[in-house]
Each structure stands twice: as structure tokens, then as C-alpha cells.
Design a protein. Structure first.
Length: 145
């Protein structure tokens, strides 16, 4: 994805979901947010069941309500209606004990963009490997003297 803009939203969670979130047991990989009836919901985000939870543990894949001002939700709804634009969760964190989600307005990458990014990553990895090898050889020579 190319992230065009990012927003912060509160998230409505159950008790065991908060505990799992504090243990970093959340997967945002396939998640997305969508406006439904004037409210913003987070879909396809997996929060693992709390290990010490009881029978009343939460459902891992349920849609979770996001908390934002109505004007912000309307603005996001308008922008996410554009073709190729998706609202995706970037990260989840706590601010003063309250769970927050960073959302990003994202545009999907074309296949040539993906190849370009992959080529850049492999080139950087190769440079790092060469620099590390050069640094290690210098350190060995210095120790022998």
C-alpha cells in the first residue's frame, strides 16, 4: 500500500480483548475499516482469545466499532469511496490506558511498484551485507596485531 493520510481512532473493545491487546496478540494483516450506517467499523482483525479467559471469552474475528467524530467519519467515507482507496489499520496502541488504532487511507500498489520496492530492498540488503563483511574483516585484522 501507499499510505496517503493517517488518522487516529478509539476502538470499542471487551475486557478480554483489551487484555489480549496488552499481550500484543493481535493480527492486523488483512484488516480494513468501513463506514456502515454512519458508523466506522474495523473488519478482519484477529485478536486472539485471552489465555486466562473463561467461557465468556470474546469472538476473535468480530467487527469492532471505531470511535471518531461524525465529521471525521463523513470525510473518511467520502475519501474511501474513491476507486482504489481503502482504509486500513496500521497499528494499535494505548494512550493513557485507552486503546487506539492508527488508520491509513491507502492506495494499492501496482505490480511494477511492488517489483520496484522488492528490487530496492534486495539492493539495500546486499549493500548492508557487503559493509558488514568489510567491517568484520577490518576488526579481525586489527585484533591479530
Amino acid at each position: 500500500y501507499f499510505i496517503l493520510e493517517s488518522y487516529e481512532a478509539g476502538i470499542s473493545l471487551r475486557g478480554t480483548e483489551v487484555k489480549s491487546l496488552r499481550e500484543h496478540r493481535v493480527n492486523l494483516k488483512d484488516g480494513y475499516a468501513r463506514v456502515e450506517d454512519g458508523e466506522l467499523f474495523l473488519h478482519n482483525v484477529h485478536i486472539s482469545p485471552y489465555s486466562k479467559g473463561s467461557v465468556s471469552n470474546h469472538e476473535p474475528w468480530r467487527a469492532r466499532k471505531l470511535l471518531m467524530h461524525k465529521s471525521e467519519i463523513r470525510r473518511l467515507e467520502g475519501k474511501s469511496q474513491e476507486p482504489g482507496i481503502t482504509l486500513v489499520p496500521l497499528k494499535m496502541y494505548f494512550v493513557d490506558g485507552k486503546a487506539k488504532v492508527e488508520l491509513g487511507l491507502a492506495r494499492g500498489k501496482k505490480s511494477y511498484d511492488k517489483r520496484e520496492v522488492l528490487a530496492k530492498k534486495t539492493a539495500e540488503r546486499e549493500i548492508e551485507r557487503v559493509l558488514k563483511a568489510r567491517k568484520d574483516k577490518g576488526a579481525l585484522r586489527f585484533r591479530r596485531r
